[in-house]
Design a protein around this ligand. Structure first.
Ligand code: MN
Ligand code: MN
Length: 291
């Protein structure tokens, strides 16, 4: 693990005292269209300094929330050592009773992260793509296979993909045959419907939330590896993060490719992390405002 010069904003706690442990996986070797997500952890750390520490919606000051930023895994040795480091880092965090927050990298890093989660956790994957290929371009560790790898560990009945609008014909056929639950983007209309659909699927299970940033419409998140039109709006995803926050066992943000926009997507990724922290730590609501 390489410590960074600047930690994620307000992540000033050491490992032992932290409730949340954040780290980066600067890995993008299978990004097939536009690469560059290896620079995403740094871009999201930089973007995090844009924001206030006070989150009024939750009455939380992030400066008072114990978050540790471990730095980044080293990608130099290649995929196998990186994935194995990632899984053991994730296991160490979860084993210490803390919540891991992983900054990708391409979406394939969510595979080893989910493998470190205990059985019984339900994976909610936000993604424009099904990511249900067995392998792609000669590797099972392609970012096009993420959901498949996650279901191999947690079980296909313990995964739900939200915001889907792209996949190969065989992926859709296979997903339907295996009864993989996925919500097409056009069915993700309002927060209340989305909350109901997710609760029906996940019950009160702990949730691992994996956010492939291409779930957003490219208007909001243009800096991703495979932009896909007709995506979700940020408010809807925020509502979902807030809803799931109390039972999140882990979170990752992947596929930000900082070279392909003006920093918008990294800003959104960093904000999602902060929204999660705020929602999870939130105090009872402030008294109602006078109208
Ligand atoms: Mn993906
Ligand atoms: Mn995707």
């Amino acid at each position: 693990m390489k410590p960074r010069n600047r930690v994620f904003a307000d992540a000033n706690a050491d490992f032992d005292s932290a409730r949340y442990v954040l780290y980066g996986a600067p890995w993008d070797s299978t990004q097939c269209f536009r690469s560059g997500s290896r620079r995403a952890p740094e871009a999201m750390r930089e973007a995090s300094y844009n924001y206030e520490t006070w989150l009024d919606a939750y009455r939380v000051d992030l400066a008072e929330v114990p978050v540790c930023d471990l730095g980044d895994l080293s990608p130099e040795e290649g995929e196998e050592p990186l994935f194995s480091d990632l899984q053991s880092t994730q296991q160490e965090i979860v084993g210490a009773g803390k919540i891991p927050i992983l900054l990708g990298g391409e979406h394939s890093v969510s595979g080893p992260a989910a493998r470190a989660m205990p059985k019984g956790v339900h994976a909610v994957v936000l993604d424009a793509h099904l990511d249900f290929r067995r392998d792609y371009q000669g590797t099972p560790n392609s970012h096009a296979c993420t959901v498949r790898r996650i279901t191999e560990h947690l079980g296909v009945e313990r995964a739900t993909v939200v915001g889907v609008r792209s996949g190969a014909r065989e992926e859709y056929e296979d997903a339907r045959r295996q009864r993989l639950a996925f919500l097409p983007a056009e069915e993700c209309r309002d927060a209340e419907g989305l909350r109901r659909a997710l609760d029906a699927r996940t019950g009160d299970s702990p949730v691992y939330l994996s956010i492939d940033m291409d779930v957003f419409d490219p208007a909001y998140a243009p800096g991703v590896g495979n932009p896909e039109p007709f995506g979700l709006a940020p408010g809807l995803v925020r509502a979902l993060v807030v809803h799931l926050a109390p039972r999140l066992a882990g979170l990752d943000i992947t596929e930000v490719t900082p070279d392909h926009d003006q920093g918008v997507t990294a800003l959104l990724g960093a904000k999602l992390v902060r929204e999660f922290l705020g929602a999870r730590e939130s105090l009872p609501p402030a008294p109602p405002r006078k109208r």
